[in-house]
Design a protein. Structure first.
Length: 113
């Protein structure tokens, strides 16, 4: 598998890894963690037959925020993650492990000094 592409900004000071978009059924493809989080949030919400409005009301957020998170267009804060998980009656640690698995997250190999 190819290494993540790197974008360089302002004199190569900042390097940001870019994630590939996952193709269904393609093993070892990296999915953006924001997209993975959003997909799982939607799955859990729909499994409980809950609308975005209902989840927003239970968690204390606007429906538009829920929509943006589900689409992977915004990243929820740690507080938001806990609120959303509580509203869905799922432990944040379990939810985030599922996100990690869906995104095929792997630590980079250790660098030698």
């Amino acid at each position: 598998m190819d290494a993540p592409k790197v974008l360089y900004a302002a004199r190569h000071i900042l390097a940001v890894p870019q994630w590939d978009v996952a193709n269904p059924g393609s093993p070892k493809t990296k999915l953006d963690p924001s997209a993975a989080f959003g997909q799982l949030l939607r799955q859990h919400r729909l499994k409980q037959k809950m609308s975005q409005d209902a989840l927003a009301a239970r968690a204390g957020y606007e429906r538009a925020f829920i929509s943006l998170v589900e689409l992977g267009k915004t990243n929820p804060s740690l507080r938001s993650i806990f609120d959303l998980c509580a509203a869905l009656n799922v432990k944040p640690s379990v939810f985030l492990r599922s996100v990690e698995k869906l995104a095929n997250f792997e630590l980079p190999p250790p660098t030698r000094r």
